[in-house]
Design a protein around this ligand. Structure first.
Ligand code: MF3
Ligand code: CO
Ligand code: CO
Length: 268
């Protein structure tokens, strides 16, 4: 399947979907507290998406080939969970870090974004990881412009993460997005400059690096979805949906309370 180029009308719809996905993260932020379960976060997000925003939560019953349907409306990945964590009954505790990944469908178009959250007071090591993962995503985003290679994006992210002595997950990547949740191209978060897809104006894809404090190796849990670090080290991920513009990029998943481009969790 070829990489789709979005028309001006489609881009307008994707801006809507992107902002709505980010607004779900704004909405849920005050509820991420010690003692809350990820199932409760899922319930709150589900109701907000369906009743207030009138969007479809894309993860719910999503079943790519070889997977059973995803049972919840958001992904919540806590501590050593890398991605695709299924919300459940376990309570968040002081010092946990977690990723909440939201994908909405509005007017047939997807918006996909995730952020890290700190529960109570996480360790300095945890905050450093979260901040470097955030910067790594932005390092990759800033490379995007017509004529750049996807390999340039991956290389930049990998070099940045490894400079901080962290590792980059290889098994999961960013993806084209639009009418479908996951479209071509695959957006690797590692690689070599001057390789891979050449970016063109009107392409839309996600950048969503998964950065581990320890080794890069992953393991799938018996639930068939949750991915964890094999060495049980902490992992952090941030995600934005990006449009290639005439001169560079536009981040489509921005809302009023998107984190600042500066350090997100100050280490004092
Ligand atoms: N939102 C994830 C991504 O960034 C995909 C989640 S698939 C699900 O690509 F089924 F687990 F929701
Ligand atoms: Co994604
Ligand atoms: Co996502």
């Amino acid at each position: 399947m070829a990489i789709s180029i979005k028309s001006e009308e489609e881009i307008e719809l994707m801006r809507d979907s992107g902002r709505l996905a980010s607004e779900v993260l704004d909405f849920i932020t005050p509820y991420v507290t010690p003692g809350t379960t990820t199932e409760e976060l899922d319930r709150l997000c589900h109701n907000y998406m369906v009743d207030v925003q009138k969007v479809i939560p894309a993860p719910l019953n999503y079943a790519p080939p070889g997977y059973k349907p995803f049972p919840k409306s958001i992904c919540t990945s806590v501590n050593h969970q890398i991605c695709h964590g299924i919300p459940g009954g376990k309570k968040l505790k002081d010092g946990d870090i977690l990723n909440i990944d939201v994908t909405v469908i509005k007017n047939g178009y997807h918006g996909d974004t995730s952020r890290m959250f700190c529960v109570g007071k996480p360790s300095i090591a945890a905050k450093r990881l979260v901040n470097v993962a955030y910067e790594a995503m932005w390092e990759g985003i800033r490379v995007v412009k017509p004529g750049a290679f996807l390999g340039d994006v991956g290389h930049t992210i990998q070099r940045f993460a490894e400079k901080h002595n962290y590792s980059v997950v290889r098994e999961f990547c960013g993806h084209g997005i639009g009418k479908k949740f996951h479209e071509p191209p695959q957006v690797l978060h590692y690689g070599s400059t001057g390789t891979g897809t050449v970016l063109k104006k009107g392409m839309t894809f996600t950048i969503e690096p998964m950065i581990n404090l320890g080794k890069r190796d992953v393991k799938e849990m018996p639930d068939g979805w949750t991915i964890v670090t094999k060495d049980r080290s902490l992992s952090a991920q941030w995600e934005h949906t990006i449009l290639v513009t005439e001169n560079g990029y536009e981040v489509m998943t921005i809302s009023d309370h998107s984190p600042d481009k500066e350090k997100v969790f100050p280490i004092k």
